[in-house]
Design a protein around this ligand. Structure first.
Ligand SMILES: [Ca+2]
Length: 308
């Protein structure tokens, strides 16, 4: 009987710890201030301030009150005034259309990353991001220094990203506790994330999946499919054509495929998974070729073809 009671208690706890809300939050403000109550989503819905709910308020409230939420927008454009908080609550869908604007041009901080996903089960859909110094969307631990995290089941879909050096980045950042040095132990796991049907205009890299800077990072079941990559304006200044880009290190497996001209496809696959040498691949030899990407299966496989 004692055993049965314990099992029931476990079931009760499990049921109440699962996301159940599916609450919709309408972001009304085109501003970027916090003047409402952000301790919980219920607080924010009850007291959002004179301008209604801002995106910054909504993200902060969902971080403070994790559950399952969907954000929509009643404004077409939001000019950010500083970097947004990372998405740490999980199970948050942010669905456009809406344009999130960092700086008028790519300038250094505070606009180095547009949206950072630092939890699991999030979806970014139909957003436009522009004017971020380094990266449009990052799937990465919040401070680049949180070993042992699992960032799983995130979907980045149907976004338009422009005015960035790198559009979408998945992986660890440099770890401050290692003095910013590479090859810090991280043991973060990136599991079942999907990057799908995005339109990317950047002047360095399009999509980066990288565990090469840290030790113990794992990618599994990464899907990259249907993205369109367009060379950004910075290419003429010596930067690179945006390219699907990945490198192999440790447990990160990879395939890089590249199309030259209209018909020729060159595909690279890592040959030696135990080779600790970090290899990078990019291309800046051709101009404004529009590329699409698709998966040939799950887990580390990536192809590139030209849409005729
Ligand atoms: Ca407000």
């Amino acid at each position: 009987m004692r055993r049965l009671t314990a099992s029931l208690a476990t079931l009760w706890i499990s049921a109440h710890s699962m996301p159940t809300g599916a609450v919709t939050i309408l972001v009304e403000s085109d501003g970027d201030v916090i003047n409402g109550s952000v301790g919980s989503v219920a607080d924010l819905l009850a007291a959002s301030g004179p301008d209604g709910i801002s995106l910054r308020e909504a993200i902060t409230a969902t971080n403070n009150d994790p559950d399952q939420y969907t954000m929509h927008f009643a404004t077409a454009e939001i000019q950010l005034t500083s970097a947004l908080p990372p998405l740490t609550g999980g199970h948050l869908t942010i669905e456009g259309p809406v344009t999130l604007r960092g700086g008028p041009v790519m300038t250094p901080t505070p606009f180095d990353v547009g949206l950072r996903i630092a939890s699991s089960g999030n979806r970014l859909v139909g957003l436009t991001l522009e004017g971020f110094f380094i990266t449009g969307v990052a799937v990465s631990p919040p401070d680049g220094d949180q070993p042992g995290m699992t960032l799983a089941d995130n979907v980045i879909e149907g976004l338009t990203i422009r005015g960035v050096h790198n559009a979408i980045f998945l992986g660890d950042a440099f770890s401050p506790t290692c003095g910013g040095q590479e090859l810090c132990p991280s043991h973060n796991t990136f599991l079942r994330n999907t990057v799908r049907n995005n339109t990317i205009e950047s002047d360095r890299f399009g999509i980066i999946a990288e565990a090469g800077r840290t030790v113990g990072g794992v990618f599994d079941s990464l899907t990259i499919t249907g993205n369109t990559l367009i060379a950004g304006a910075g290419e003429a200044d010596g930067n690179f054509v945006p390219d699907v880009y990945a490198k192999e290190y440790g447990t990160l497996n990879l395939t890089v495929s590249k199309t030259f001209g209209e018909q020729t496809t060159v595909q690279f696959q890592a040959k030696n998974l135990t080779n600790p040498e970090i290899e990078t691949f990019y291309d800046s030899s051709h101009g404004d070729v529009t590329k699409t990407t698709f998966t040939r299966g799950r887990e580390y496989s990536l192809g590139v073809s030209i849409r005729f």
